[in-house]
Write a protein that binds this ligand. Structure first.
Ligand code: IMP
Ligand code: MG
Length: 186
């Protein structure tokens, strides 16, 4: 299952079955804690595959969430955050007075979620919960509590299941660690 690429190799980290099981378990945790009148706010692009599976897993628990999207960028084409989170296209207007579950792919430095929470306060959201499929706590610079998280991962650069390196590898159905020279600290 190791994929060879022009950039190096992608070593499997989380296989399809573990992803599917964890998404179902997260939906069960959410069903126990979240209100039924929920809006999922999906952070693009990285969270779109996870969010699609999570949405359908929530439906098994009787949820019929609204879905909104917010596009952000912090990486450019590198493997280290540039430390500046750019909002592309603005915050959906329909979030005012809603109960919102923010769905992200990875919590890394924490800057993205911190920025999103600030934007949501400005948008008049009634209640917010945060969820990230992956959590890299060793990289945290800004503490933002995660209400739900899929897996803790070490400080490696991951791709697959919607997550990219320079816009590639989102299509992989599993998550792997991209081994390139610049993903290893010098
Ligand atoms: P943060 O703002 O540093 O918490 O970074 C959050 C965003 O950086 C994530 O939503 C991802 O889009 C991206 N990111 C962080 N780590 C990785 C990785 O290992 N692979 C691909 N993207 C990543
Ligand atoms: Mg992201």
């Amino acid at each position: 299952m190791v994929a060879s690429t022009a950039h190096g190799r992608i070593r499997p980290l989380i296989d399809q079955q573990r992803l599917a099981q964890r998404v179902e378990a997260l939906a069960a945790e959410m069903a126990a804690r979240l209100p039924r009148d929920l809006t999922m706010l999906v952070l693009l692009k990285g969270a779109f595959v996870f969010a699609a599976d999570l949405l359908r897993a929530l439906a098994h628990h009787g949820f019929t969430p609204r879905v909104e999207f917010l596009r952000l960028a912090s990486y450019g084409h590198g493997t280290r955050s540039r430390g500046r989170v750019e909002v592309i296209g603005g915050v959906p207007e329909s979030l005012a007075d809603r109960r919102v579950l923010v769905v992200d792919d990875i919590q890394d430095t924490g800057r993205t979620l911190a920025r999103v929470l600030e934007l949501l306060r400005g948008a008049g959201v009634r209640q917010v919960w945060t969820c990230a499929l992956l959590d890299k706590p060793s990289r945290r610079e800004v503490e933002v509590p995660l209400d739900f998280r899929g897996f803790e991962v070490p400080d490696v650069f991951v791709v697959g299941y919607g997550i990219d390196f320079a816009e590639r590898w989102r299509e992989l159905p599993w998550i792997g660690h991209l081994e390139t020279e610049d993903t290893h600290p010098c």
